[in-house]
Design a protein around this ligand. Sequence first.
Ligand SMILES: O=C(O)c1ccccc1NCC(=O)[C@H](O)[C@H](O)COP(=O)(O)O
Length: 210
Amino acid sequence: MTRAKICGLTTAETIDVALDHGAAFVGAVFFARSPRNISPEDAGPLFERARGRAGIVAVTVDADDDLLGRIGAYLKPDFVQLHGHETVERAAQVRRLTGAGIIKVLSVSAVEDLEAAAGWEDHADHLMFDAKPPKGSALPGGVGASFDWSMLTGRSFAQPWFLAGGLNPKNAAQAARISGAPLLDVSSGVESAPGVKDPALIAAFLKAVA
Ligand SMILES: O=C(O)c1ccccc1NCC(=O)[C@H](O)[C@H](O)COP(=O)(O)O
């Protein structure tokens, strides 16, 4: 069985659908340029319904101390997802500032990109292999780009890891089978428009990987 994270949730209805269909993680995005951006003050009460039912993930991109402090205070996430150029030293500071575990995202377009995982062995609780966004993209994630999943076939890593990038209800099972990923992550593939999560697509995605 593959477990899944539904990312970029902004409404009670879509969080409930994710929880009711067995999402293992639910994510809130804290990045001003994202159509999924939400404030820590709004995310806190909204995501409380997920506490103890799924891991609550705060997605950040080279966030400053002020934002991380607010995320820690209002959302109290189980994990902070580092989707920027954070170093292992910064990851340790993020842990201290938020009290949360770390999911480190590694952008992949070629097999050599997987080598970065070794540097995070003692510094992240989970890894996420996400597709490198197309040149000029305004966002480092959530863009629906994918990479060749067979690069991951037969590989093992020190931490549990997510496959992300361009997944949707139709390709999720095949992606899990080819890559061997224990965890999948999806955002735009379960939306009807940028930033608008579709309850039926969330349910279909989670059924596809169950
Ligand atoms: O989703 C966003 O808007 C976003 C913005 C900035 C940094 C990361 C972001 N998303 C992170 C995720 O975990 C996405 O789920 C992941 O990149 C996969 O996205 P998609 O290809 O759309 O499924």
